[in-house]
Design a protein around this ligand. Structure first.
Ligand SMILES: *Cc1c(COP(=O)(O)O)cnc(C)c1O
Length: 467
């Protein structure tokens, strides 16, 4: 059974159920599995005959241990992925010779985050319902996490959910997908600041241990281990459909918080042969600069047409740093305090050169051109995040014959303005969202001030009212 340790080495070792309900470790670190479950070549081959939900149950159950029975967990993956509109859940389409698109946007809110959050919503219900407990979820979103988390948690009695988004900096579709959910356990807060301000506020609430304990605060951001865990599955299913384990596959991943691409790294640690993991960023390129220079240094955030990747500091990156430093929690703590005090740090490039990562970035113009080319050359309309992945993937791909799979992280209709600007085509929302623009919205706008936001949450969390 896998246990979970903190990247800073000081917090207690936890079981799966504790990790899901906790989110951030009490020493400020992130939880990672103590060991990676291993899958043999034959086990990986056997995925070819499973549907997506069964593959998920097979691959993820070793992370869960006794917290949930295997049959309950299989029922949960089945239910979670029944909410997807495509029977394959995560289908693969072909763009060119040996070039593929992994379509991660067929969930209820049209972004890849549904893959993890539809499962996480059910995990909360199961783990809390059986104990008669409640949690208060607090999360920051640059657009897609918020709507996916809200959809997964709406109407659940065990959960109150508070989502902070940067006011005016998410697309109208993204905002409406959050604010038109009127269930009484859903609270949307527009913060007068940028995404990093929202994320810093959420981190501060987690680091206030009294607040955290009193409200039983839990995280749906990708600092929650269950998020990363659920994302491991599609690397395997897609790899297998392209010939793994007998053939290595490369993945290009549009990246912001480093959660999605870290799941690909986890898949490689668990036995999937991965030729390259390409970290694709927009002009907010801290990750790309890091993989090319060894220096991790903050700079300001510039709004782009791929807003879900507009971040300054990638929260999951710490999980990777931990492995890069031989799982030395003290070394990670030192680097993270340097990041706070000096604005950055460097690691030895020789550590990075041995790895499977490469990285690059895409300018706004390059992203628009890629959307246009992809429609012209492959008859496929892609969203701006996906386009960043395609552009950087083409640039960073090595000359092996490994297939290149770009992760298509959002439906083009989620970002209609950029897509229309690039192609002249206005992408239509799927039927279940076609009346989005006429639905009633509910949200509150608050200043970028921690204590104001905290009291707002405190006044509304049902866990306090029940006492
Ligand atoms: C969240 C998101 C990303 C970035 O994923 P990370 O796990 O934060 O790196 C990319 N594209 C879309 C559409 C997203 O919603």
């Amino acid at each position: 059974m896998v246990r979970y340790i903190s990247t800073r080495g000081e917090a207690p070792v936890l079981s799966f159920d504790e990790v899901v309900l906790t989110g951030l470790a009490r020493d400020g670190g992130l939880y990672v599995p103590e060991t990676w479950p291993q899958f043999s070549q034959d086990e990986i081959r056997s995925l070819a005959s499973m549907n997506y939900a069964d593959a998920a149950a097979f691959l993820l159950y070793p992370f869960i241990g006794d917290a949930i029975s295997k049959s309950d967990f299989t029922a949960m993956t089945t239910k979670a992925y029944a909410s997807f509109s495509h029977q394959a859940v995560v289908p693969l389409s072909q763009l060119g010779p040996n070039e593929f698109l992994m379509e991660l946007y067929h969930g209820p809110t049209l972004a890849f985050k549904d893959v993890a959050l539809q499962l996480l919503g059910l995990l909360y219900d199961h783990l809390l319902g059986s104990r008669g407990k409640r949690v208060t979820i607090v999360g920051a979103t640059s657009g897609d996490t918020g709507s996916a988390a809200i959809d997964a948690c709406r109407g659940r009695d065990a959960v109150d959910i508070f989502i902070l988004h940067p006011a005016g900096r998410v697309s109208e579709v993204q905002r409406r997908q959050m604010t038109t959910v009127l269930d009484s356990n859903v609270h949307n807060i527009a913060v007068e600041g940028d995404f990093d301000d929202c994320q810093a506020m959420v981190k501060a609430m987690f680091n206030d241990l009294a607040f955290r304990d009193e409200l039983a605060v839990s995280a749906v951001n990708s600092i929650n281990w269950a998020r990363v865990m659920a994302q491991i599955v599609y690397y395997f299913t897609v790899g297998v459909s392209l010939g793994s384990p007998d053939r290595a596959v490369s993945f290009s991943v549009p990246s912001g918080n480093f959660g999605d691409v870290y799941a690909g790294y986890a898949a490689s640690k668990m036995g999937l042969p991965v030729e390259q993991l390409i970290v694709a960023t927009n002009r907010n390129d801290i990750l790309s600069r890091f993989f090319n220079s060894g220096e991790y240094r903050k700079s300001g955030v510039d709004p782009t047409i791929s807003p879900s990747m507009d971040i300054q500091v990638s929260s999951n990156f710490e999980r990777f740093l931990f492995d890069l430093h031989g799982r030395d929690g003290v070394a990670v703590s030192d680097l993270m305090s340097k990041l706070d005090t000096d604005g950055g740090f460097s690691v030895n490039m020789s550590l990075l050169n041995e790895g499977i990562f490469s990285a690059g970035s895409s300018s706004e113009d390059e992203t628009l051109q890629t959307i246009q080319h992809t429609l012209q050359d492959s008859l496929k309309l892609v969203d701006p995040h996906t386009a960043v992945g395609l552009k950087v993937g083409a640039e960073c791909r090595n000359h092996s014959d490994a297939p290149l799979v770009t992760l298509s992280t959002a439906h083009p209709a989620k970002f209609p303005d950029a897509v229309e600007k690039a192609t002249g085509v206005h992408p239509e929302l799927p039927g279940h969202l076609s009346d989005l623009f006429t639905r009633e919205e509910r949200l509150v706008q608050l200043p970028n001030d921690l204590s104001t936001v905290k009291s707002y949450i405190r006044e509304r969390a049902r866990i306090l009212q029940a006492i």
